[in-house]
Design a protein around this ligand. Structure first.
Ligand code: PLP
Length: 405
């Protein structure tokens, strides 16, 4: 986090509080560390950035410059990827309900991972109407890697659905399976990643023993690098990028040991939070300090919606910048927002000095923050890069009202 009072003051003066600040240089360093670690585990690796996490075109464009593909789950995200200049063949389109543009993308050589048999039926119809074209798709497989819930995504690999899907594809001469995709949420351990690699390669062995698949996409769900104060809340042992890449790389390298580089599949992963979370900070300002029936509340000029759901689950990395106003000592204070909701609480258990007008800087707000902010009560604030490039203008009332009649 930036802890330079003068710089924070300067930025807030220019762009007003509250404000998202993207630490671009650190993001780039982290991108390279992640990408290099993955390539050192398996040399035919390609990163594909998960747009849902933060689709700010500035960030999407930077990822493109750094060599990342785009992973999108809606026509809106696909539109962003095209707007920042991606070719269709560098876009992976996932998701349980895809928009019409997904078909255009698929026909132009984009990578579409089919989620279910009904979607596959619709794609078969497209194939029948486009006999002059070879259409290549991936199948998202629903796998069990030891998670304690039944995921709703993908085609069940433990029933005959997967076989049915393969038969459907095979019955069309111009439809080909190019790859497999899987993603399992809430499973961030290295063990679960090793399982993921093994389970997917079991499927390859069982269903595609002689086929040279072009790609295997393992989705995402790794721990990001993070501030120590946050890491502690996840337990002692946050794996490194190398831990993950060694685990999945060794499984892939063993399976493909007799394949040439050309013949083995590309391994994709789709990092979102892993890339962006730690590299956007959020600057806010103390508006009032209230003492109510023995409890202390610090009202900030923002809401939990600016920070994203994580602030309701964990205590965010936090730093306080004093601005010279007379401070008071607070004990177990809650930091609360402007929304008039009782549960708009961004931080609990603050102990320390604080004054009206002080700045409170939250770290780790890169993912599911600006993209999850509803237009509830107030429009969203601006996002800039640390060197002052505007990434997103502050929203005006008319931006919110434009679609209302
Ligand atoms: C299919 C898919 N890919 C990638 C991601 C991004 O995962 P993460 O933010 O853990 O990197 C998600 C997140 O839910 C996802 O559903």
């Amino acid at each position: 986090m930036i802890a330079d009072k003068l710089r924070i003051e300067q930025l807030l003066k220019e762009f007003s509080s509250p404000l998202y600040v993207f630490r671009e240089e650190d993001f780039i360093d982290n991108y390279h560390s992640f990408d290099n670690a993955m390539k050192s585990g398996y040399d035919k690796y390609q990163l594909s950035y998960s747009y849902k996490t933060n689709y700010a075109p500035y960030i999407a464009s930077l990822v493109k410059k750094l060599g990342g593909y785009a992973e999108v789950v809606s026509d809106m995200e696909y539109y962003v990827a095209k707007k920042v200049g991606y070719k269709d063949k560098q876009i992976i389109y996932n998701g349980p309900i895809k928009g019409d543009l997904s078909i255009r993308m698929m026909l132009n050589g984009g990578l579409l991972n089919v989620d279910n048999l009904d979607e596959l039926d619709r794609i078969c119809k497209v194939a029948e109407l486009s006999k002059d074209k070879q259409i290549n798709i991936g199948l998202r497989v629903n796998v069990n890697i030891g998670q304690k819930f039944i995921s709703r995504f993908g085609i069940d690999s433990d029933s005959e659905d997967l076989e049915k899907a393969i038969r459907k594809v095979d019955s069309h001469e111009n439809l080909n399976i190019w790859g497999l995709h899987c993603h399992v949420g809430q499973s961030r351990t290295v063990e679960s990643w090793r399982n993921r690699a093994e389970v997917v390669l079991d499927i390859v062995k069982r269903y595609f023993p002689d086929k040279k698949l072009k790609y295997i996409d393992l989705g995402s769900g790794m721990f990001a690098r993070m501030d120590e104060s946050l890491a502690k809340q996840f337990g002692d042992d946050i794996p490194s990028f190398e831990d993950y890449s060694n685990a999945i790389g060794s499984v892939f390298n063993e399976y493909y040991k007799n394949y040439s580089y050309e013949d083995k599949p590309i391994m994709f992963t789709e990092p979102g939070t892993t890339l962006i979370n730690s590299y956007i900070d959020f600057y806010s300002t103390v508006s009032s300090i209230k003492h109510i029936k023995g409890k202390e509340f610090v009202v900030l000029d923002c809401s939990k919606h600016n920070l994203g759901e994580i602030c309701t689950l964990k205590r965010m990395p936090l730093s306080v910048i004093h601005t010279g106003n007379p401070t008071e000592k607070l004990n177990d204070a809650n930091f609360v927002g402007y929304t008039c909701l009782e549960h708009d609480v961004m931080y609990t258990g603050y102990n320390g000095d604080l004054a009206i007008g002080d700045y409170v800087v939250f770290g780790n707000v890169g993912g599911y923050s600006n993209v999850s902010k509803p237009p509830f009560i107030s429009p969203n604030c601006a996002m800039i890069s640390e060197n002052g490039n505007i990434i997103k203008d502050k929203e005006e009332f008319e931006d919110i009202l434009r679609t209302y009649r």
